[in-house]
Write a protein that binds this ligand. Structure first.
Ligand code: HEM
Length: 93
């Protein structure tokens, strides 16, 4: 349903003036995707480190920075369809 707001590909059905917003949303999606991979790796590193004994603090806390950034990029994506619906309501095209 919200696919057109989340697509990483340019949407030709939309006017040129909307192009910068689309670029930002695809950029946020790409960043969110790579942060998710980074976050997953840090969690796996935690499991491995724990199996080997008491992990150092930097490993224990390493998932937090990517998780924090995931929250911002995720909330941005979450808000996209609502922002678009709000804009559409103000300026019907
Ligand atoms: C921390 C708070 C987070 C929020 C608010 C959030 C929010 C979102 C939202 C709104 C989307 C778009 C969903 C859609 O397409 O309808 C999304 C996609 C996604 N999220 Fe998150 N997310 C969070 C954390 C995470 C975490 C922890 C992971 C994985 C470790 C993750 C992995 C992904 C992936 C892989 C996608 C799909 C990205 C793509 O299609 O390219 N997210 N997230």
């Amino acid at each position: 349903m919200w696919a057109r707001f989340y697509s990483t590909k340019p949407d030709d059905s939309r006017p040129q003036s909307k192009e910068p917003q689309l670029k930002w949303s695809s950029w946020f999606r790409q960043v969110h995707r790579w942060l998710a991979i980074l976050f997953t790796l840090t969690v796996i590193a935690n499991f491995i480190a724990m199996a080997l004994g008491q992990p150092p603090a930097w490993i224990t806390y390493s998932p937090l920075p990517p998780l924090f950034l995931l929250m911002f990029t995720g909330l941005y994506m979450f808000g996209l369809p609502y922002a678009a619906a709000w804009r559409e309501k103000r300026q019907p095209s």
